[in-house]
Design a protein around this ligand. Structure first.
Ligand SMILES: [Zn+2]
Length: 413
């Protein structure tokens, strides 16, 4: 384990796991330990719950069903959970506890933390003890063989990037960003080892415009018990490309983008960011390592340090992408940043790590809503061109002053 961070795992009052990830003293050396108990009067999350007739019934995990027309699995997060203690509307459950305050419903019991990870309280995917029995747990809906159902037995975690409610990822120091990279890597490793997990997806949803209800800086990790439709499609393309050429598709795409250069927006020692040649979102950038690695755990020390700096620079540019036409102020970009990692099982050799960042904002105050042909047919139509997106991000790079990473050399330097 990296000596510059320390992972401390404990359990919340309802049995969910909480992991403190510390990079500051006196915690990182072990001279002090974060608060490990959770004072909230929460019931065990797997304890039987009262049914409508007053009798208790066992907790049932979420189910997922397979769409026979597309082969896609659709989780249905309607399982029984104890929602007795919902947080007050004005309380942020991700903020640290207030020193000396009475009971509150914060998810992190300590009065401060660096980075924290915990299991989502109302998860779409959940492994319920005792429910994994019997093969892969496949059952039939209405006894029809066309309609397969399985427990949606995965795991959903929340990663809190900072104890500062008003911060955003782009504001963090390179050191804290590195801590988060290590956290993603450690969680990917831990979650990939859970029974039945086929894919681990680390992502951040930022901005009210895309339905984020908690402004506190955080991301999520889904450990999925199936391979997602997008990954399935990408694996199919990668397999066909290997069959045809003997090479890695993602490697070839990165090489081609670097050769063409037109859409490359940032290049560091170990990473290149580019707008893909067939980008579909109004703003979209991919960030890929120069070395072939399957996932975040496979990154070495230098690549992680470089990633922390490079990713911060990319986010800072994205936050200046749109400017308010009246005030001239930059508009913090609502974005989704998601890590594509190799799957756990068959097809793992076809995967290659990369980050996809995209936004639904197409102009100040204007969101891209999915058109009928996009929602109905998954047939995408771009409102801009990848070259235009890249030109804007390149322009922002050349204006840059201050923090490190790839930027033009100053005259006479
Ligand atoms: Zn908060």
């Amino acid at each position: 384990m990296d000596p510059h961070i320390r992972f401390t795992s404990t359990r919340l009052a309802d049995g969910r796991e909480l992991v403190y990830v510390d990079d500051s003293e006196p915690y990182v050396s072990g001279a002090a330990t974060r608060r490990l108990d959770d004072p909230r009067p929460l019931r065990d999350r797997f304890a039987p719950v009262p049914g409508p007739d007053g009798m208790t019934v066992p907790v049932v995990g979420p189910q997922m069903r397979r769409d026979p027309l597309t082969g896609d699995w659709i989780p249905m997060a309607t399982h029984r959970m104890d929602r007795t203690f919902l947080p007050a509307a004005d309380a942020c459950p991700l903020c640290p506890a207030k020193p000396g305050a009475a009971y509150s419903d914060g998810e992190i019991p300590d009065t401060d933390y660096d980075v924290a990870v915990f299991e989502n309280r109302f998860p779409a995917l959940l492994q319920v003890p005792g429910h994994e029995a019997g093969g892969d747990g496949t059952t039939l809906v209405d006894d029809e063989p066309l309609w397969q159902a399985r427990p949606a037995a995965g795991r959903c975690e929340v990663v809190v990037f900072s104890s500062d409610h008003d911060a955003s990822f782009a504001d963090l120091s390179p050191r804290r960003a590195r801590t988060i990279v290590d956290t993603w890597a450690q969680r990917t490793q831990a979650l990939s080892a859970l029974p039945g997990v086929e894919q681990v997806f680390c992502f951040e949803n930022r901005g009210r415009e895309i339905g984020v209800t908690l402004p506190h800086p955080h991301g999520q990790i889904y450990a999925l018990p199936y391979v997602t439709p997008r990954t399935q499609a990408m694996l199919g393309q990668a397999a066909a490309h290997r069959e045809r050429t003997g090479r890695s598709l993602l490697r070839d795409v990165l090489d081609a983008e670097r050769r063409a250069g037109t859409r490359v927006v940032l290049e560091s020692t170990h990473w290149t960011a580019y707008v893909p040649a067939a980008a579909r979102w109004p703003v979209e950038v991919h960030l890929a390592p120069h070395r072939d690695v399957p996932d975040l755990p496979a990154l070495d020390d230098d690549e992680r340090d470089d990633l922390a700096v490079t990713y911060l620079e990319l986010l800072r540019r994205l936050d200046r992408f749109f400017v308010d036409p009246v005030s001239g102020a930059s508009i913090p970009l609502p974005y989704i940043a998601g890590w594509h990692q190799a799957v756990v099982g068959p097809g793992r050799d076809l995967g290659r790590l990369h980050l996809q960042v995209f936004s639904v904002l197409r102009a100040p105050g204007k969101l891209k809503y999915l058109a009928g042909v996009e929602s109905g047919m998954a047939a995408w139509i771009s409102d801009t061109t990848p070259e235009r997106i890249a030109a804007r991000l390149q322009e922002l790079g050349s204006q840059e002053v201050g923090s490190g990473g790839a930027r033009p050399r100053e005259a006479g330097a």
